[in-house]
Design a protein around this ligand. Structure first.
Ligand SMILES: [Zn+2]
Length: 145
């Protein structure tokens, strides 16, 4: 057996990835992006396929934490797939790559942190070693989406 790869928790939270979320365009069903800005607090939906754009003022505190849609426009997440009876999803390709490192690692090392990090909060089916190979295959598919 080769040396297991090691994942060292970078102590990131979901906020590190949630400022840009890939979604299904409400007009053409292509890949669109929802981004948020702090000053002034606003959210923007933009589709590079059909050029549909929508802007709106938001209150970041009032985010709608749905697992299947973005926080502000209620559009379906682009990077999601069902896994057994669970749902695997990511905000964007960077988020997907970060979870891929975690899932693929044989050794998972925590760092001291005063809060729960993104990977500590992942649901059990993602943490489970027995799902590793299937999850990595699913991620490969999503990466090409
Ligand atoms: Zn579109």
């Amino acid at each position: 057996m080769t040396n297991p790869s090691r994942f060292i928790d970078a102590n990131l939270t979901l906020d590190a990835f949630s400022d840009k979320t890939l979604v299904v365009c409400p007009k053409c069903k292509g890949k669109a992006i929802v981004s948020s800005a702090q000053i002034p607090e606003s959210a923007k939906l933009h589709c590079s396929s059909c050029h549909y754009t929508n802007n709106k003022p938001i209150n970041i505190k009032d985010r709608d934490f749905s697992l299947t849609t973005d926080y502000y426009f209620n559009c379906e997440l682009w990077l999601q797939a069902s896994f057994k009876n669970e749902l695997f999803w990511a905000h964007n390709y960077e988020h997907l790559a970060y979870m891929k490192q975690y899932i693929g690692a044989g050794l998972r090392q925590r760092n001291d942190s005063e809060f729960f990090t993104l990977v500590e909060k992942l649901p059990g089916f993602i943490k489970s070693a027995k799902n590793r190979d299937k999850l990595l295959k699913l991620i490969d598919k999503l990466e090409k989406k």
